[in-house]
Design a protein around this ligand. Structure first.
Ligand code: MF3
Ligand code: CO
Ligand code: CO
Length: 285
């Protein structure tokens, strides 16, 4: 029998989950992470974002999970694929926006050597949401792209290290922002992480910048994502006419990594760890 803490909400409207709920999130997170593992060998120059989406859609179906993004606010795909200066919410199958450093022409949605891309997948398993994203490279990354991906990955993990009862959400944002800006890169302000659980997007907004000690206090049983977007140039973004694709205003390169996590009695559980251990920018397929 489930024993529920009665769906307690904090004064900030953040849900406190119980032990059985951690198991549900662990299962959902593992499915999403495994799909991101499995798509890796399909990323190469000449592959299309539509091709990657088709693979992911099939993998979600095969796993018995449900895609959380198909039908979400009118979105029609099982993944978001954000190439180069696309910050987030890139639509697979759409034309890849032309980037200032593109060395040769691309046809529509096909990848060229040196492209970096974020693939973001959210699945629902037994009612629980698993939301994760990571970076991939088509061919060989440029050194500056490799460095951006490394700093973004490390910023996420440094943010996760700040997750423990008693710390605040501001501590997470502050840790991420200081690390990123210390590396002379910028943190996107226009998109944030979010509470999740039996819903996709719940309170609080998890900012990837901020003051230490600010914001709600972390409590055991809170579930949320941390998903910093980091730009080589300025932090400002704009959304294209398709009403989803967000790009950097200055056309600088952008990267993102995302984990779904839960606050435990003495720290954090990462629900979306890679079963293959490939959640890392230096991993090569
Ligand atoms: N997975 C994204 C997030 O991290 C949300 C994508 S919503 C979609 O919150 F509709 F664009 F897919
Ligand atoms: Co998310
Ligand atoms: Co996501």
């Amino acid at each position: 029998m489930r024993h529920d803490t009665g769906g307690r909400l904090t004064r900030d409207g953040i849900r406190i989950h119980d032990t059985a709920d951690f198991a549900g999130m662990h299962k959902a997170g593992a499915v999403a992470a495994r799909i991101l593992d499995e798509v890796a060998p399909h990323v190469y120059p000449g592959q299309t974002t539509a091709g990657l989406e088709a693979f992911i859609r099939g993998a979600v179906e095969e796993s018995g999970a449900t895609s959380a993004t198909i039908g979400y606010k009118g979105y029609q795909h099982a993944s978001c694929i954000s190439v180069n200066h696309v910050v987030c919410h890139g639509i697979p199958g759409n034309k890849i926006p032309k980037w200032k450093n593109d060395t040769h022409a691309r046809s529509d949605d096909s990848l060229i050597d040196g492209d970096i891309l974020n693939i973001d997948v959210t699945v629902i398993v037994d009612g629980w949401f698993g939301d994760t994203s990571r970076m991939y490279v088509a061919g060989e990354p440029k050194p500056y792209a490799q460095r951006l991906m490394q700093v973004t990955h490390d910023a996420l993990m440094i943010g996760i290290e700040a997750v423990k009862p008693g710390n605040t959400f501001g501590d997470i944002g502050h840790a991420i922002q200081s690390y990123v800006e210390g590396n002379r890169m910028s943190v996107v302000r226009d998109f944030c992480g979010h509470g999740l659980g039996r819903v996709f997007h719940a309170p609080p907004n998890v900012l990837h910048y901020g003051r230490a000690g600010s914001g709600p206090r972390l409590e055991e049983g809170m579930f949320f994502t941390i998903e910093p977007m980091v730009n080589l140039g300025r932090p400002e973004t704009k959304v294209l006419k398709d009403e989803w694709t967000a790009i950097t205003r200055d056309k600088s390169l952008s990267a993102q990594f995302e984990h779904s996590v839960g606050v435990t009695a003495d720290g954090v559980e990462i629900f979306t760890l890679s079963p293959a251990g490939t959640f890392h920018p230096t991993w090569e397929s």
